[in-house]
Design a protein around this ligand. Structure first.
Ligand SMILES: *Cc1c(COP(=O)(O)O)cnc(C)c1O
Ligand SMILES: [Zn+2]
Length: 420
């Protein structure tokens, strides 16, 4: 490992390939292309083997050579290695031979996949000397920045759209973060944050720290491959907001293949959106390389980005791998949440309903063949979006503490038991 940059080489423009130093910056000055972390794979290959990985604690940091920090992680050291659950009952309900659920609804500490990107972004921010961290968020990112900043003793400013679910708002405030609620949708929050980031010199995890932040998503792909028995699954279904997670899961599979950690294989990465905010999936279905920005209107608020920063690259990954995009209505999202809960005992947030709903569609249409095996990425916890299911899950039956009243209930449900 070289002294100050670990296994990283530089930040590299995805458009023109120019390299710049590993600072807090995210766009190429030459053509405004997005910057991405470039690694020294020769060096990584010498140090990262299956044996080395397996000897390390079960967190996302067991793949640390492939994550963009120079030294040891200092923030979010416990994040990741969430369960990959074999979902036989859901497989049967959706009509597919084999199905797995990668369950980031129980990620540590804030119950969403965002803990992955935040632990990387904040660890790198500390390395670069920042004392204040910030983000533009659709909810989960704000929760994770607030919590991880609190634990690391950093000051946090989180910016959210004002129409977020109560659970997401309280989950940011409780850690003592400065929560700025913007009267506007996420794309407006993001635009404001770009201005603030330029002026205040904070570490904005998804603005000037975005090249490092985004790499954290790869850990979900690394874990899926390792937990699948060191192979890449045939089909992976991924929810899309900015589209970044989808591109990074693909990159994770590519890196593991390049390093010889998994055998060469073909895989398809499919992208899921809500119909009320589906710029990427609509473009994919129309066979286009570019999306048209939209104004979001969906219960899947965590995915409500109308101008997705990585939409173009997500379309490219789906095209390259032969994956498909699709989208589901609010009612289908609720159905998806119920299907996962009733068949697997996992309560996902709206984004999970999107993923299950889209997987159901892709299986029904044969785009994911019934005889194949698929992994669904469940990225957030249903306890944070209770509003979405309130009034859609049946209701409790209230009685006085009396056997007679209970038997009146049972007389409706199971009269044969009451009659005895
Ligand atoms: C942020 C988020 C995503 C997707 O994020 P990308 O911007 O596409 O990387 C998916 N699910 C949940 C619950 C999220 O909070
Ligand atoms: Zn460039």
């Amino acid at each position: 490992m070289s002294d100050k940059q670990g296994f990283m080489k530089a930040l590299k423009c995805r458009e023109c390939g120019r390299e710049v130093p590993l600072t807090a910056t995210h766009v190429c000055e030459f053509d405004f292309g997005p910057l991405e972390v470039a690694y020294d794979y020769e060096l990584i290959k010498k140090s990262l083997t299956r044996e080395v990985i397996c000897s390390r604690p079960q967190t996302m940091w067991r793949y640390r050579e492939l994550l963009p920090i120079a030294g040891e992680p200092t923030v979010g050291r416990q994040v990741g290695y969430t369960p990959l659950v074999k979902a036989d009952r859901l497989a049967k309900a959706l009509g597919i031979r084999e199905l797995w659920v990668k369950n980031d609804a129980v990620n540590y500490p804030t119950l969403s996949f965002k803990d992955r990107v935040v632990s990387v972004a904040l660890s790198r921010s500390v390395e670069l000397g920042f004392k204040t961290v910030a983000c533009a968020s659709t909810g989960n990112l704000a929760n994770s920045v607030a919590a991880n900043a609190a634990a690391a003793g950093l000051d946090a400013y989180v910016f959210i759209p004002s129409d977020l679910e109560l659970g997401k708002v309280v989950n940011s405030l409780v850690y003592g973060a400065n929560v700025i609620s913007i009267k506007g949708h996420y794309d407006e929050v993001n635009r404001l944050c770009a201005e603030i980031a330029g002026k205040y010199g904070w570490a904005f995890v998804n603005v000037n720290m975005r090249p490092y932040y985004a790499e954290g998503s790869k850990s979900m792909g690394f874990e899926i491959a390792e937990q699948s028995g060191w192979r890449v699954p045939e089909h992976t279904v991924v929810p899309m907001a900015s589209g970044s997670l989808l591109t990074k899961i693909h990159k994770a599979y590519q890196e593991f293949t390049k390093l010889g950690l998994v055998p060469e294989s073909k895989w398809k990465v499919h992208g899921a959106q809500a119909t009320g905010c589906s710029p990427i999936s609509v473009a994919q279905k129309a066979g286009l390389d570019f999306f048209k920005p939209v104004k979001p209107n969906t219960i899947a608020k965590s995915l409500a980005i109308g101008t997705p920063a990585d939409g173009f690259y997500a379309l490219k990954v789906m095209k390259e791998t032969g994956g498909h995009g699709d989208d589901v209505s609010d009612d289908e999202i609720r159905d998806g949440i119920r299907l996962l809960a009733e068949n697997e005992g996992i309560f996902a947030e709206t984004a999970g309903g999107v993923t299950v709903g889209v997987a159901k569609k892709l299986i029904a249409s044969g785009k994911i063949p019934a005889g194949s095996s698929a992994v669904l990425c469940i990225t957030g916890n249903g306890l944070k979006t209770l509003e979405a299911m309130t009034g859609h899950v049946g209701s409790t039956r209230e009685i006085r503490p009396s056997l007679r009243e209970f038997e009146a209930v049972m007389a409706q449900d199971k009269p044969e038991l009451v009659a005895r």
